[in-house]
Design a protein around this ligand. Structure first.
Ligand SMILES: [Zn+2]
Length: 340
C-alpha cells in the first residue's frame, strides 16, 4: 500500500509500505476513506521533536472495515467507522470513567501510521464506532474531524467545564481551538472569545459560534480578556497550543474558581507554583479522551447539527502529502485532508 513516511524534519515522502494484516483476534483492518495531517505532526516536521529514522505518520482516520479478527463483535466488514488516536478496550476502570486515552491497554495509533491506504486498528470493539450506513461523501471530512480535532476540542471544553451562561476564552486558532469554539457553542456557552490574529480563522471561529475576537497575545491578551469580563477573567479557558506563553495566557485569563482545559501538546512548559497557588483555578488537560464523546459527536454530524469538517481548507490526494505538510507548516492551510 501507499503511505506517508517522515525521514527527517521537513522530509515527508509517500512510499510503498507493507499491507497491514490481522495480528490479534481483536484487530480490524480498515480501508481508509480519508486521513489528515495533525498540528502535532508539525512538531517533528519542524525538528522540535526528534525523528528517529523513517517513521510512518498519521493518527486520524475514517474508513470502511475490510476484515476483522475472530473476537471482534461490534463492527463488521463493509461498515463505515471512526476511531480515535488511542486504541482502547473501553472496558477497564479508567475507560469506564471516561478516560480512554489512559486505558490500561491503550495503544497509540500513530505507531501504525494512518496516512496510508489501509490501517490496522487493535482493540477494535473498544476503539471503533460505526455508522448505521456508509455516509454520503460530503460528511466524510466531518467524521474525520471527530477522530481527533473535534473530539480534542470537545474534551478541552468539557475539562474547562464549559456550560450554559458561561464565558469561554479559547487560546489557539488551529483546528482544535476552532473546534473548541464549536464545542463551547454546543455545550451552551453564552459568550465565546476566540483569540486569533488571522482573518480567515477569525471568520471560521465566528461561524462556529465565537461572539468576540481578541487579537492581542500574552499580557495584552490577558488584559483584553479581563476588560471583556468585568475584570474577572473567563469562567472557562481552552488552551490549544502547548507553549509557555499560551499556558500562562490561559491560566491568567481564567477567573478564580474557573477552569482551564489544556490540550495543546506541551513543549517546555512549566507552571510557576505561586501563579497556580494564587489563581484559584482548576486545571485539567492531556491527550483527549475522544472515545468518550465519539458516539454523540457522530450523531451530531450524521444529523447535520454541526459541520466540523470546515476546518479542512486543503484537500489533496495522499500522494501529495508533502505539500499538505508544507502548507500547514507555513500556515497557508488550517488542516490538510488526504485522500488515499
Ligand atoms: Zn481501558
Amino acid at each position: 500500500m501507499r503511505g506517508v513516511v517522515m525521514h527527517a524534519p521537513g522530509d515527508v515522502r509517500v512510499e510503498n509500505r507493507e499491507d497491514p494484516r490481522i495480528e490479534a483476534p481483536t484487530d480490524a483492518i480498515l480501508r481508509l476513506s480519508a486521513t489528515c495531517v495533525c498540528g502535532s505532526d508539525l512538531w517533528p516536521y519542524r525538528g522540535v521533536d526528534k525523528v528517529e529514522g523513517p517513521s510512518p505518520m498519521g493518527h486520524e482516520y475514517v474508513g470502511v472495515v475490510e476484515a476483522v479478527g475472530s473476537e471482534v463483535t461490534t463492527v463488521k466488514p463493509g461498515q463505515f467507522v471512526v476511531g480515535s488516536f488511542w486504541a482502547s478496550d473501553n472496558t477497564c476502570e479508567v475507560c469506564r470513567a471516561g478516560y480512554q486515552s489512559a486505558c490500561v491497554h491503550r495503544q497509540p495509533m500513530g505507531q501504525f501510521g494512518s496516512q496510508a491506504e489501509y490501517l490496522r486498528v487493535p482493540l477494535a470493539d473498544g476503539t471503533l464506532v460505526g455508522t448505521p450506513e456508509v455516509p454520503s461523501d460530503d460528511l466524510i471530512p466531518s467524521y474525520l474531524a471527530a477522530s481527533d480535532v473535534l473530539g480534542t476540542g470537545w474534551f478541552a471544553a468539557t475539562a474547562a467545564e464549559v456550560g450554559p451562561g458561561k464565558t469561554v476564552a479559547v487560546v489557539g486558532d488551529g483546528a482544535v481551538g476552532l473546534l473548541g469554539v464549536l464545542a463551547a457553542r454546543q455545550l451552551g456557552a453564552e459568550r465565546i472569545i476566540a483569540m486569533s490574529r488571522h482573518e480567515s480563522r477569525q471568520q471560521l471561529a465566528r461561524q462556529f459560534g465565537a461572539t468576540d475576537i481578541v487579537t492581542e497575545r500574552g499580557d495584552e491578551g490577558i488584559a483584553r480578556i479581563k476588560e471583556l469580563t468585568n475584570g474577572l477573567g473567563a469562567h472557562s479557558v481552552i488552551e490549544a497550543v502547548g507553549t509557555q506563553e499560551s499556558m500562562m495566557q490561559a491560566l491568567h485569563s481564567t477567573r478564580p474558581g474557573g477552569n482551564v482545559g489544556f490540550v495543546g501538546v506541551t513543549h517546555d512548559v512549566s507552571l510557576p507554583g505561586m501563579d497556580m497557588f494564587w489563581s484559584l483555578v482548576k486545571v485539567q488537560g492531556g491527550p483527549a479522551s475522544v472515545r468518550r464523546f465519539l458516539p454523540h459527536l457522530m450523531e451530531l454530524i450524521g444529523n447535520r447539527t454541526i459541520n466540523p469538517g470546515l476546518v479542512f481548507d486543503l484537500d489533496l490526494p495522499l500522494d501529495q502529502a508533502a505539500e499538505g505538510y508544507r502548507a500547514m507548516d507555513e500556515r497557508r492551510a488550517i488542516k490538510t485532508l488526504l485522500r488515499p
